[in-house]
Design a protein around this ligand. Structure first.
Ligand code: FAD
Length: 387
């Protein structure tokens, strides 16, 4: 396993400049992208180009791979900012800055050159392809492969796959036919144009509007064995192993950023809206909601950063803390967005009010990197063992 996560820290001044630059992007160009996405209900290819040109797809990767090597806790400060913009922008930044981590731990030099570095450069799009319509997430996996010489033949179904229609490769998890549990699981990079693969866009979603999601069917799709990351039996390690902890922490910080956006929108509205001759900010009921939201957000941010520091220090409680951070942050986001919408009154329920979009986008976070039920299962297992 490679140890490239500890990249050299950037100096404080240049990091502060980068933060200011991203804050300005979020407040300016990202809002224009957001309006375009909401209007057209699709993410234009030019948005990917813009994010790539600004260097926002290679923030977290190590310099050896062409990345900027921003240390993880600092990268999270940037993720908080990106999460204040449209959920589809946040999704691209989060996925591209994270997927290399899952692959890197098992990639050969050849795979590093063919998949990881081009992905960090934004030249190749990779979709994380785990969820199945007829199986639970993880060891329940049903997509299967049969090996003939240097080729696997892949059969089965996947769905809800982000970037699944526009990607160049699916980072797909399957198992050798006839195996059970983690045994025989494989992680494969399957080319988007491989024969025997049927790709269907999912219907429109409640939030994260514009991002494509795919339903996939494979019928003896040939995949070179050379496109397998790690060995047979390591598929679930690639999908759910050490990669998941930082990714959960990053999603938890996304909740903090989105909650902060809701909070700021609520404050701005409360300052300008007058009822019975007073602004809403002069009403104790509203002031209390704003105070509760500020407290909730700050508590979640500190737990997320604590989990991040524990992971950076390779601490033994990093896995449990990452699930605690995700669970707590997503519950916080639900509370904060609900109150923020309430402060907006009835108009908040209508488009194009930004809080309407934020409220819808917030709901998606309850699924990303594991539901609350799964986080609780992880925390309990860390505390109590297998039981
Ligand atoms: C916007 C969005 C983007 C997504 N992008 C991707 C992607 O790019 N790639 C990908 O692979 N997947 C993706 N997903 C799928 C997502 O990871 C799953 O929806 C999520 O993990 C839940 O799995 P499921 O939908 O199969 O729900 P199910 O497993 O059917 O679960 C249904 C309910 O039962 C609970 N449950 C299930 N099993 C247990 C258990 N053992 N114990 C207790 N409770 C349980 C769950 O918590 C949930 O509340 C995406 C989903 C969304 C909403």
């Amino acid at each position: 396993m490679k140890q490239l996560d500890r990249a050299p820290a950037q100096d404080d001044a240049s990091f502060a400049e980068l933060k200011d630059e991203i804050a300005a992007f979020v407040a300016g160009p990202a809002e224009e992208w957001a309006q375009r996405i909401e209007r057209d209900r699709s993410v234009p290819a030019e948005l990917w180009d813009d994010l790539r040109a600004r260097g926002y797809l290679s923030l977290a990767a190590p310099p050896a791979y062409g990345g900027r090597g921003i240390p993880f806790t600092r990268y999270l400060e940037l993720m908080e900012l990106f999460s204040m913009s449209h959920a589809s922008i946040r999704m691209i930044v989060h996925v591209v800055n994270g997927t290399w981590r899952a692959m890197d731990r098992y990639a050969s030099d050849d795979q590093l050159r063919r998949f990881i570095i081009p992905s960090i450069k934004g030249e190749v799009k990779i979709a994380f392809t785990l969820t199945e319509p007829t199986a639970g997430t993880g060891a329940d996996l049903r997509c299967s492969v049969e090996r003939e010489g240097d080729t696997y033949f892949l059969s089965g179904d996947k769905h809800l796959i982000t970037f699944g229609t526009i990607c160049d490769y699916w980072l797909l998890f399957a198992r050798r036919a006839g195996t059970r549990g983690a045994d025989g699981t494989v992680a494969l990079l399957v080319a988007r144009d491989a024969p025997g693969a049927t790709v269907q866009p999912m219907e429109e979603s409640m939030g994260v509007r514009g991002t494509d999601h795919a339903r996939l069917h494979f019928e003896r799709t040939p995949v070179p064995v050379a496109n397998r990351l790690g060995g047979e039996g390591q598929g679930l390690d690639v999908a759910l192993g050490g990669f998941l902890t930082p990714s959960r922490i990053s999603v938890a910080m996304s909740c903090v950023g989105l909650a902060r956006r809701a909070h700021e929108l609520a404050i701005a509205y409360a300052k300008r809206r007058e009822t019975f001759g007073k602004t809403l900010t002069q009403r104790q009921a509203i002031r209390f909601m704003i105070a509760e939201n500020a407290t909730d957000i700050e508590a979640a941010r500190q737990l997320v950063l604590h989990a991040a520091r524990e992971w950076e220090a390779a601490g033994s409680s990093a896995a449990a803390l990452s699930s605690m951070a995700k669970l707590h942050a997503v519950e916080m986001l639900t509370r904060v967005t609900d109150k923020a919408l309430q402060i907006h009154g009835g108009t908040g329920f209508w488009q194009p009010n930004a809080i309407e979009r934020v409220y819808r986008d917030a709901r998606a976070q309850r699924f990303e990197e594991g539901t609350n039920e799964i986080q609780k299962t992880v925390i309990a297992r860390e505390l109590l063992g297998g039981g």
